[in-house]
Design a protein around this ligand. Structure first.
Ligand code: FEO
Length: 174
């Protein structure tokens, strides 16, 4: 029987499906955070979170299409309800940072698995995600640093709100 030598390994298929779920969960979590900021009338923060939601969805789609291109089977799993109540912006960005760090760790594990299985195409595809995670963590860390400086200063918070409101879809694609 003819076998496609390029067929993706079962373990990698499972790990990619799990990563797709993780990206979609992250998207949903950011959406919950966006609605919190909207309710607080912090539309710039909300804008940043809506963009973040869109980005995570795009990450999931990138992996999903890749898995399909490799003849793999996509299995969509359930996603839990996101939180939409928080104490303050700082809490939200700290949660976001932990989420991004976990995502970096799981992308790295995926890469290590692809390396063990000598799957060069998957390694190549994952390289983009490895680079992206550096940016993702840095952007959240930068906002945390600004929030620390702002502390309880309302003018500072509104300044940051304006700044985050300027994040656009075009900027992401640049
Ligand atoms: Fe899809 Fe925030 O990593």
């Amino acid at each position: 029987m003819w076998e496609d030598s390029n067929m993706i390994h079962q373990d990698l298929q499972e790990a990619l499906n799990s990563q797709i779920n993780q990206e979609l969960t992250a998207a949903y979590n950011y959406l919950g955070m966006a609605t919190y900021f909207d309710a607080q009338n912090l539309d710039g923060f909300a804008n940043w979170m809506y963009r973040q939601h869109d980005e995570e969805q795009a990450h999931a789609m990138k992996l999903l299409r890749y898995l399909q291109d490799r003849g793999g089977h996509v299995e969509l799993e359930s996603i839990g309800s996101p939180r939409s109540e928080f104490a303050n912006p700082m809490e939200i960005f700290k949660i976001s940072l932990v989420q991004e760090q976990k995502n970096t760790a799981s992308i790295n594990e995926l890469y290590a698995l692809a390396t063990r299985l000598n799957d060069y195409a998957t390694k190549s595809h994952l390289q983009w995600f490895i680079d992206e995670q550096v940016e993702e963590e840095k952007s959240v860390e930068d906002i945390i640093a600004l929030l620390e400086r702002i502390d309880d200063d309302a003018a500072g918070l509104l300044y940051l709100n304006d700044k985050l409101g300027a994040r656009s879809a075009e900027e992401e694609e640049a």
